[in-house]
Design a protein around this ligand. Structure first.
Ligand code: HEM
Length: 253
């Protein structure tokens, strides 16, 4: 529940354990064990090497040197499948210039309901998504905003106000938030899914999508709903995909 740190080193391994090591107290270390149940989705372009994996390691911090140092020390005993360096922009925009991570669980009650399993564990979905920066940038800003359903410069929903109003219509009877807008397609109400804690990072070629939720189907249902007609997917290709169980915090070590 602590704020998202600015830098991340994310890696997926064929390994079962990470040996302990002394790392900077400013970094956070999250690990998980691979779980089944994440399907291959239509449109995915994931090589076998980038699909699944037994161990997930996510090292985050505000100081990139401390993150790098911790990533060198915490080397799982096994084969690396893939690794990526992620970063947040100061204004929380992604590579397409839109603010991300707005609609997420925030209160302790929401975390209980949506993120933590009864034993304090959670399920992480990790997807490396290549984005067509140039193709998206070629759209006029008004068209970019219709892809997301929010304004570019201040993230206000196209329906106005603080919260996305999916029922708002123009005088001509058109939805203000288009039928294929990402915030409509991904909206928990329409996706028939719970809320997920999205903690994505930018990487050189796109978005390192990371979500935590107590049930894998929250992610899976949302993804299928997007595949049904989310304009954003025209600019996105998933090249790595996996799900992991993140064990509860263990203070005894
Ligand atoms: C393809 C790359 C993606 C980009 C660039 C992206 C970006 C965004 C942005 C800018 C927002 C609006 C601000 C916010 O509420 O945080 C948003 C909302 C959201 N996204 Fe994505 N997203 C991507 C993929 C996904 C995927 C794969 C999922 C899950 C299957 C997802 C789930 C959501 C959800 C649940 C919301 C909140 C919708 C709402 O209730 O308003 N996104 N995303």
């Amino acid at each position: 529940m602590t704020p998202q740190q600015l830098h991340a080193d994310v890696s997926v391994w064929d390994a079962d354990a990470v040996s302990s090591a002394q790392v900077s107290s400013t970094v956070t270390v999250t690990y998980g064990h691979g779980v089944d149940g994440l399907p291959e989705f239509p449109g995915d372009a994931v090589r076998p090497q980038h699909l699944g994996g037994r161990l997930f390691l996510q090292i985050c911090g505000d100081d990139p040197a401390a993150v790098r140092d911790a990533a060198e020390r915490l080397r799982p005993d096994g084969r690396l499948r893939w690794r990526e360096q992620g970063f947040c922009n100061a204004d929380r925009t992604n590579g397409l210039g839109f603010q991300d991570g707005i609609v997420v669980p925030k209160t302790a009650a929401e975390f209980e309901q949506e993120v933590w399993l009864p034993d304090g564990s959670t399920i992480a979905v990790v997807r490396r998504i290549k984005l067509d920066f140039a193709g998206f940038a070629a759209l006029p800003v008004s068209a970019q905003e219709r892809v997301f359903g929010r304004r570019k410069h201040d993230a206000v929903p196209l329906s106005g106000g603080d919260e996305v109003d999916l029922s708002a219509k123009t005088p001509d009877g058109e939805y203000v938030i288009p039928a294929d807008a990402h915030v409509r397609r991904a909206h928990p109400l329409l996706a028939g899914a719970g809320l997920m804690l999205r903690r994505s990072y930018n990487y050189a070629e796109g978005l390192l999508f990371i979500s935590y939720q107590r049930e894998l189907k929250t992610f899976v249902n949302t993804m299928y709903r997007m595949i049904d007609g989310d304009a954003l997917l025209r600019y996105a290709t998933t090249t790595s995909s996996a799900a992991f169980r993140i064990p509860p915090l263990d203070w005894s070590h």
